[in-house]
Design a protein around this ligand. Structure first.
Ligand SMILES: NC(=O)c1ccc[n+]([C@@H]2O[C@H](COP(=O)([O-])OP(=O)(O)OC[C@H]3O[C@@H](n4cnc5c(N)ncnc54)[C@H](OP(=O)(O)O)[C@@H]3O)[C@@H](O)[C@H]2O)c1
Length: 272
């Protein structure tokens, strides 16, 4: 069952967005979260009387970081459940600030908003771009990443998160150094593995020493964008290592922005 946490109010910062409101009642907004972008947006609009917003988390992590807005936790129950929630809570606008690889909830948000005629904005990180010195092998998904590792045993730094690790069980010849925030299920771990439970951000220096000490010769990463986990990509470039880069699933046509101010403006202004 969804839980509700108490809001932590904050004095709004002076900003060009603090224009006089043209609406009597505050805009009611749902922010689909689970990312640093969603937290930043929540911090940006907390305490602003023009918006009454709730952050929604899937409940994947046992100790989620605190949010600056009221928070509900748990799935909605598919598109129908999400539509029901949006209607019951009389939501006016939705911001999908979920992770670029959270494809299901984003598709649900598109479908539910289209059905109810609600404005939807996607706030997400721009994916990383290949730079000089990068040795990327692009993969469309985990299966493609497994294939890109090849037959010969490698020492792989596997940084795709906890879910999806089981896809690598089919290539047990490799050693995998696995880094996740939450402990993965034992059943999902390939036989030859090292496990690090840690949340970013990471520094290039720490990534370099980690990879050197573990004798890593290949990296598997999602192209998640953002600063927090980019250090491993820089470290790989320095070490001349190949990176199997899994491309994001794509946004399905919704309007996409990459900065918190534009997302806040979408909520504050009358016409999004
Ligand atoms: N995928 C990643 O690599 C990744 C990385 C970092 C953070 N995250 C965060 O972790 C969460 C789950 O990611 P995922 O890839 O498992 O998502 P997903 O596959 O797109 O979603 C699976 C189901 O989880 C529920 N759900 C997902 N996000 C939700 C949210 N913000 N609020 C309420 N329910 C949500 C929905 O359940 P119902 O159908 O029952 O509504 C959804 O159908 C997301 O919020 C995402 O931002 C994901």
């Amino acid at each position: 069952m969804p839980q509700t946490k108490t809001a932590q109010t904050k004095t709004p910062a002076a900003s060009p967005l603090a224009a006089p409101r043209r609406r009597a009642a505050p805009i009611r907004a749902l922010i689909l979260g689970g990312t640093s972008e969603a937290r930043a947006l929540a911090a940006r609009i907390a305490g602003d009387a023009r918006v009454h917003a709730t952050v929604s988390l899937a409940g994947r992590t046992s100790a989620p970081l605190a949010q600056s807005l009221p928070t509900r936790i748990g799935g909605f129950g598919g598109v129908e459940g999400l539509k029901r929630y949006l209607e019951e809570e009389r939501v006016d606008r939705v911001i999908d600030a979920t992770h670029p690889f959270a494809a299901r909830i984003s598709a649900n948000a598109r479908e539910a908003c289209a059905a109810l005629g609600l404005p939807l904005l996607v706030l997400t990180r721009a994916p990383w771009s290949r730079m000089e010195g990068d040795r990327w092998i692009e993969a469309a998904n985990n299966a493609g990443a497994v294939a890109a590792l090849g037959e010969a045993p490698r020492r792989v730094f596997l940084t795709i998160g906890r879910l999806g690790l089981a896809d690598f069980l089919g290539a047990p010849q490799h050693y995998y150094l696995i880094r996740t925030i939450e402990r993965p299920s034992e059943n999902d771990l390939p036989p030859r593995n090292g496990l690090i439970l840690e949340r970013g951000p990471f520094t290039v220096e720490s990534e370099l020493s980690l990879m050197r000490e573990a004798g890593i010769d290949m990296i598997v990463s999602k192209n998640s964008g953002g600063r927090d986990t980019y250090a491993k990509i820089e470290a790989a470039r320095t070490l001349g290592l190949e990176v199997v880069m899994i491309t994001p699933p794509g946004g399905g046509g919704a309007r996409v922005v990459h900065d918190v101010e534009t997302a806040a403006a979408f909520l504050f202004f009358e016409e999004p």
